[in-house]
Design a binder for this molecule. Structure first.
Ligand SMILES: Nc1nc2c(c(=O)[nH]1)N[C@H]1C(S)=C(S)[C@@H](COP(=O)(O)O)O[C@H]1N2
Ligand SMILES: [Mo]
Length: 342
């Protein structure tokens, strides 16, 4: 998603504008024969994979329907800035700040689906597996894209989504059904959801043991799998945007996986002086981002760096330097956004 394409009057991101991140490639799935399979020893009646409960889309749609607006963001958002801003190149897709959006998902609460199937009170984790091809890299077949998450998250606000803003999911975003774990790293929201294994033990996959954990830098060897997203901010401006030398109202957005954004401070002079931006807190929807604006009274001709730093209601904020890690996850530092006034 290009920040200069974001319409300041429009709160949510449309599917067409939302970033796409695939480990393999988008599969073609026939919705009429599609089935979600649920199995595992964490069901009230334990089921082996071969004897999974099989649920069609039509059957899912008989459950109470739900909609949820939430930030959707890749763990690697901002990765490019490890190299560009900190001189610490990190491996992976060199996103700027565009692998994020705020999306209104339509579907059913996972808790309602689990209640209908029947859950064992000792159930601990659920492994979600996609229907895209197995992920092969460096000659190793890691199997299908899958990641476990706690039953507590499943019962809290996890959604099984078949649509966005009333339309079916686009193929690239998980048609016909995806998991959505709001506030969590993007990889947790498994697309083209094929199965859910409900277990009374801790399940693992390479997507929570090998990747999507902090490795390298100052992190310990046993850093836990990443779950809740950090705090980040972006200006609704092109990189190196040219602005006329006249008063201008600048806009941007800030978000956090943990809590609503409480305050945003901005600097129009590269970080020498700061002042609070005007937040549109009332306009925030569910677990979406917070829009803000700032009046730049007298932009002087020349090059400038615009900075924005948010604080969320949990007291989390953005550092000036992000914690380096091998895979460039969680670049949450304040980004120095260059503009030219001409
Ligand atoms: N089955 C499957 N689910 C997946 C992925 C994938 O490659 N396969 N990519 C994950 C990652 S890394 C992210 S950031 C989000 C991206 O969702 P989007 O492409 O709809 O924006 O999907 C997640 N779910
Ligand atoms: Mo991602």
């Amino acid at each position: 998603m290009r920040w200069e394409s974001v319409d300041p009057r429009r709160y949510r991101t449309t599917q067409e504008r939302l970033f796409v991140r695939n480990h393999t490639s988008t599969p073609t799935i026939d919705a009429s024969s599609y089935r979600l399979r649920i199995f595992g020893d964490g069901l009230a009646t334990p089921r082996a994979e071969g004897g999974a409960v099989s649920i069609s889309l039509a059957e899912l749609k008989t459950l109470p329907q739900a909609s949820l607006t939430a930030v959707h963001e890749c763990t690697g958002n901002g990765r490019r800035f490890f190299a560009a801003q900190q001189g610490q190149p990190a491996a992976g897709t060199p996103w700027s700040l565009g692998s994020v959006g705020t999306v209104r998902w339509d579907g059913v609460w996972l808790r309602d689906v689990l209640a209908a199937v029947g859950l064992d009170p000792r159930a601990l984790t659920i492994q979600a597996t996609g229907l895209d091809d197995p992920y092969v890299t460096g000659g190793v077949d890691h199997g299908r894209v899958r990641r476990p998450f706690p039953v507590t998250k499943a019962l809290d606000d996890a959604l099984l989504a078949w649509g966005v803003d009333g339309d079916p999911l686009l193929p690239d975003h998980g048609f016909p059904l995806r998991l959505v774990l709001p506030g969590w790293v993007g990889i947790a929201s498994i697309k083209w959801l094929g199965s859910l294994e409900v277990s009374t033990t801790e399940l693992t996959s390479p997507w929570n043991t090998k990747w999507y954990r902090m490795t390298g830098g100052d992190f310990p060897a046993d850093a836990p799998p990443l779950d809740v997203n950090p705090v980040r901010s972006a200006w609704e401006l092109a990189w190196d945007a040219t602005l006329p030398a006249e008063p201008v109202r600048l806009t941007g957005r800030s978000w956090s996986g943990a809590a609503p954004v409480r305050r945003v401070d901005v600097s129009l002079d590269g970080g020498r002086s700061w002042r609070p931006a005007v937040l549109d807190r009332a306009g925030r929807q569910d677990q979406g981002w917070t829009r803000w604006s700032i009046q730049w009274a007298r932009p002087r001709p020349g090059s400038h760096e615009l900075l924005a730093r948010a604080i969320d209601a949990a007291g989390r904020t953005q550092p000036l330097v992000a914690a380096y890690n091998d895979n460039g996850y969680f670049f949450d530092a304040v980004v120095r956004h260059p503009v030219r006034v001409a």
